[in-house]
Design a protein around this ligand. Sequence first.
Ligand code: PMP
Length: 401
Amino acid sequence: MTPKNKQQFEKAKALIPWATQTNAKRLNPNWQNMPPFIKSAKGCRMWDIDDREYIDYRCSLGPIILGYQYEPVDKAVRAQMQNGVLFSMASPIELRAAEAIIKNVPWIEQIRFMKTGADACTACTRLARSYTGRDHILTSGYHGYQDWFALNWPNSGVPEALRQFVHDIPYGDIDAVDHAFDAYGDQLAAAIVEPYDWNDLVGKAYLQRLRQRCDASGTVLIFDEVLTGFRLARGGAQEYFGITPDLAAYAKAIANGYAVSAFAGKKEFMQTLEKTIITITHGGETLSLAACEATMNILREEPVHEHINAMGRRLREGFAEIIKETGVQAYAGGLNPAPFIQFDYDNEEENLQWQNKLFSQLYQKGIFANHRWFISYSHQEADIDETLEKMRTAFREILSS
Ligand code: PMP
């Protein structure tokens, strides 16, 4: 860590537990050269507080789908700012953003806005419990820090009594789906699942089984599309897999980085809002909704996903070439919007060491990535090629060290 970053980090740690608001932004002690603070970003590049430049493949952990400071989105926000940020009654932008989303995700019949992914997931499970009158839920994947999901953290601060109602299963495990439904089917209000976990295995059969079992037992199927929505495809995992849930949560790529999320779905389930309460003061905050409308329009009118897929394919194919050239035991995997390199030695410790060395080298060379490499509309061929050259050098340096 450079002296300026280190000084800032020590000061921040004293005042802000974790020195960040987000678990995934905490420093990994095994990844050297990782900058703890980013002061600006534009397009697919960002700069740390020492003015070091990085090509960014984390995309703010998912929200940046078009690119940082994407002018048409920021322009829509500035235009909305002329009218005000939040009003004493609903604003017309709420309807415009809702319509813009539904044009891209046509299975949605009704939608409401929230602020975070955890909010949206919580709203979905609340509706499902209210709709079915049942307490149990099946979960799969990460859904946020809220009580019904944080049970597995040590000293979670969540009442133990809740544990009996939450049944977590691994992604893609069809037997686990059957087990959970055999044991609790008639008590399950909802199955809330990440429809894709960004690993190699693509779980269409898994989602199909969930759909069947939910239908048979009167359980509400919820897709947590917080990360897959607008990224895996314009219509998210629902479009990609061709399987439709009853409710879904959207957040990250919904407004190119502005803070808004949504829960949405079939009217029959959304109408449960007449019976229960889900309300937040900032749900109709207009700047993020203007960003959402602009983002949705660009996703529909421009070849965003074609571009992301092409760049992701180029990156993954480049990874594969480098692996072949260097003879390192690894493979390039992942779907086009988020490729990755997986080291493939028999010894897990060796895989971990390779990964630690690679990320440490990449940060030092100005490439900012994590296990899954997210692509935005602003990544161009030259950025991918520069990345691959640096990756090639990193591999060679690690091999000769
Ligand atoms: N669901 C999924 C699939 C996520 O990836 C995340 C965030 N990583 C969340 C829910 C929670 O979102 P937030 O941090 O905005 O509350």
